[in-house]
Design a protein around this ligand. Structure first.
Ligand code: NDP
Length: 333
């Protein structure tokens, strides 16, 4: 038997998520690798799955958790054997396939990534999909800047949703590379925390989240946006000539009330970032760079540890914007 969160939807009880005990024989037969999960995490999407606030869960009953790290206990997949340390992000796990908020998981071996040697399973989940997505955003900007000959320190980089998971990791990565990072947040009281992560300046998010002009004063050489809606539109409108915006999130909204002006008059590039179905080579490159470049003391400063039962309360809290940085889940606590 093992402990797990389980989401269910029935005519009488409605949408529920509770801590329960399951038998290994109940794990999905469609997987070919069984993993003893050691650490998982709470991302924004896990908040949606735990609360049912948006329909991310597509089959019931389902173990939520889009991420996990742990040790292979059995494998019918040629790439993996018992004892291998692995991590998983996305691929529909925690949405349509049983996920990581549990002590055991069975998944397709094609979805797994080897845990980089210098990272512990806890480090990997302190990063989780949020950290890996921040890395994908930063890599998109790095490729853009390299092609354009733009050097760190030659202009400001905006990070929106700075107090959240993607935002925190993006600030630490960009500041570590020598960029002047401007952190946009609705929690100015977290200014000390954001500056300790490496932000050169902290700005109030209301300056970006209201409707703005299609073209604004040029400021950013690049943007990591996890917020969407008017914030993304304003970020594009204030990006410098030839600059780039990496868009990965929708914390403010899924809409994009923008004009084409920044793209056709300033040559601004908008990169769409998807972590869920990203090919394996892209994932491995992101994880290798996280292992190499991210200051682990900064990661620790944005991480709070919780147990599996506390994950139930963490779901609504992350949707309410009340979580700072990252929540790592000790599934054995
Ligand atoms: P978090 O909840 O940790 O962070 C989101 C942050 O956005 C909040 O902390 C808050 O920052 C800000 N925010 C929240 N509500 C609003 C609002 N109404 N208006 C403006 N800002 C707001 O989530 P994550 O960092 O884990 O994820 C961020 C986004 O990225 C989510 O939308 C998520 O779905 C998406 N995502 C997408 C992925 C992909 O593959 N494309 C992968 C991972 C995440 P502050 O308090 O500092 O203002």
């Amino acid at each position: 038997m093992f402990k797990a969160l389980l989401v269910n939807k029935t005519d009488d009880a409605g949408y529920t998520c509770s801590l329960t005990e399951l038998d290994e024989s109940q794990l999905p037969a469609s997987g070919d690798v069984t993993v003893r999960v050691e650490w998982s995490t709470i991302n924004y999407k896990d908040g949606l799955a735990i609360t049912g606030q948006a329909p991310v869960v597509r089959s019931f009953p389902l173990v939520p958790g889009i991420d996990f790290a742990g040790t292979v206990t059995a494998s019918d997949h040629p790439n993996w054997k018992a004892g291998d340390q692995v991590l998983l992000n996305g691929f529909g796990v925690g949405e349509s396939h049983w996920g990581g908020l549990a002590q055991m998981a069975r998944v397709k071996g094609d979805w797994l990534v080897a845990l980089p040697h210098v990272l512990s399973a806890r480090d990997a989940m302190a990063l989780g999909t949020a950290g890996y997505t921040a890395m994908l955003c930063v890599q998109a900007l790095q490729r853009h800047w390299e092609a354009a000959g733009v050097k760190p320190g030659s202009g400001e980089v905006l990070v929106t949703g700075a107090g959240g998971g993607v935002g925190g990791v993006a600030i630490a990565l960009l500041a570590g590379m020598g960029h002047a990072v401007v952190a946009s947040t609705g929690r100015l009281e977290e200014g000390v925390y954001l500056k300790a992560l490496g932000a050169a300046e902290v700005i109030e998010r209301s300056g970006l989240s209201a409707p703005g002009k299609p073209m604004q004063k040029e400021r950013w050489i690049g943007v990591v946006d996890s917020v969407g809606s008017h914030t993304l539109a304003n970020a594009c409108a204030s990006t410098r000539y030839g600059g780039a915006v990496a868009a990965c999130g929708l914390a403010q909204g899924m809409d994009f009330p923008a004009s084409v002006a920044p793209f056709i008059l300033r040559g601004v590039t908008l990169y769409g970032i998807d972590s869920v179905m990203a090919p394996l080579a892209k994932r491995e490159a992101a994880w290798q760079q996280l292992a190499r470049d991210l200051d682990r003391s900064k990661l620790e400063s944005i991480t709070k540890e919780i147990g599996l039962a506390e994950a139930l309360q963490a779901g609504p809290a992350i949707l309410a914007g009340q979580v700072r940085g990252r929540l790592v889940v000790n599934v054995n606590a």
